[in-house]
Design a protein around this ligand. Structure first.
Ligand SMILES: Nc1ncnc2c1ncn2[C@@H]1O[C@H](COP(=O)(O)OP(=O)(O)O)[C@@H](O)[C@H]1O
Ligand SMILES: [Mg+2]
Length: 387
């Protein structure tokens, strides 16, 4: 389980250290930084897929994604005694992302390139990566360290260099695969690859989930939901079928679903409701019903990931469905760590009812995102390696 996520200098996240519980609910007013936090988690996950630099480029590059305020917000700036001003930079530009779990921690530093004759002079570079043992970084607990092109692994009291020519745009997580010399790298990579993100399912007339698709066993619903029928059938056959029936009945009393297989092997979703003479197909369902079923398929996955990240799952759901969705998320949180951004009051009420839920409310303070009420004492122990 993850215990801490830490972000520095990413958009409005000047320095956010977030404790992690089994079920994490993130709320906040518009512009408080909820989506920034979600995006920073995705960026962190991209390191293990080899896509962190291109993801950053798609967001407009490091210049745009970098915290636009002063290097530090001092106590005097916060109290309004002195005006916000930039001043001379004390440290290099570093966008930093990291996490800690019970047994291992990881962080990555992204920075600007040193001037060189390259057409890619604006591409951010990976300056440093670090894996350490335990939940909090200490120089003595470092297991693997990457500085620029060089990756070294600690073996007892000695360091072994295991790579010397890393590209500035490749993470050691995606490039180094030496099980013997660096099992920690593989372990960290597998941990991050286990995270699953869901953000805004389409439900318009041409939404992938409305079309029949060839079905194959689908223990994890895809991000666009095109394999909805196959994912539901997988739950029916090898997953928690009673929970699926409960979730449908909870939102639509008396309704049930069935998956049919066409002659060409395409799966088709049938939804029967009391009062109708024939079942409706996915193409005919209301936006809200389709979205709810997508969440059912995502959350009741027979192969729970280590972390499930949900961005505003309430989008275009009827308020009547929100408590049922909240209950479904709570149920899923028994099998996987869940992190969810929401501003739907009815769902928030349902989630905060759980003893495992940690609700964090984000607020802006001089443009920077803070966790409301977080005092120095509640900040999880977190140290960034010295630059
Ligand atoms: N590079 C940046 N530096 C500082 N703040 C930024 C940067 N980019 C965006 N922001 C701020 O982030 C806020 C948007 O945050 P967002 O996560 O979208 O909010 P919401 O909580 O509504 O999802 C905007 O108010 C904007 O001021
Ligand atoms: Mg948002």
């Amino acid at each position: 389980m993850l215990t801490t996520i830490a972000i520095a200098n990413y958009r409005s996240l000047l320095n956010l250290i977030m404790p992690m519980a089994p079920l994490n609910l993130i709320t906040g007013f518009n512009g408080s930084g909820k989506s920034n936090l979600y995006k920073s988690l995705r960026l962190l996950a991209e390191t293990a897929q080899g896509g962190v630099i291109s993801s950053l480029a798609r967001e407009g590059g490091l210049e745009s994604a970098y915290w636009a305020g002063p290097e530090k917000l001092t106590a005097k700036m916060l109290s309004g005694e002195v005006a916000i001003q930039g001043g001379q930079r004390q440290q290099a530009y570093r966008l930093r992302l990291g996490f800690a779990s019970d047994d291992i921690g990881y962080c990555i530093d992204l920075g600007l390139p040193t001037p060189a004759a390259s057409a890619f002079a604006f591409d951010p570079e990976i300056k440093r990566e670090c894996i350490w043992a335990g939940s909090s970084y200490r120089p003595a607990s470092v297991l693997v360290e990457r500085q620029g092109p060089v990756v070294k692994v600690k073996d007892g009291r000695r360091w072994h260099i295991i790579a010397q020519h890393m590209n500035t745009f490749d993470s050691m997580l995606s490039e180094v695969a030496d099980m013997q010399l660096a099992p920690e790298i593989l372990h960290t990579r597998e941990l991050i690859r286990g995270w699953r993100f869901y953000d805004h399912f389409r439900s318009d007339a041409h939404a992938p989930a409305r079309q029949p698709h060839i079905g194959t066993r689908t223990p994890a619903l895809s991000q666009d939901g095109h394999d909805l029928a196959a994912a539901l059938q997988t739950i029916i056959e090898i997953g928690d079928h009673p929970a699926l029936q409960n979730a449908v009945d909870d939102a639509f009393p008396g309704a049930h679903i069935r998956i049919g297989v066409q002659e060409d092997g395409r799966f088709i979703l049938y939804f029967s409701q009391p009062g109708l003479l024939r079942p409706l197909t996915a193409a005919e369902l209301s936006d809200g019903t389709l979205r709810y079923l997508l969440w059912v398929a995502a959350l009741l996955t027979p192969r729970p990931p280590s972390l499930m990240v949900l961005n505003e799952p309430e989008t275009s759901l009827h308020p009547d469905l929100l408590p049922a969705l909240g209950r479904l998320i709570k149920y899923a949180a028994q099998h996987t760590q869940v992190w969810v951004v929401s501003h739907a009051r009815l769902m928030i009420n349902e989630l905060t009812d759980s003893p495992h839920c940690s609700a964090l409310h984000l607020v802006k303070q001089l443009g920077s995102t803070q966790i409301e009420g977080q005092s120095l004492l509640d900040v999880p122990s977190w140290h960034w390696p010295a630059i």
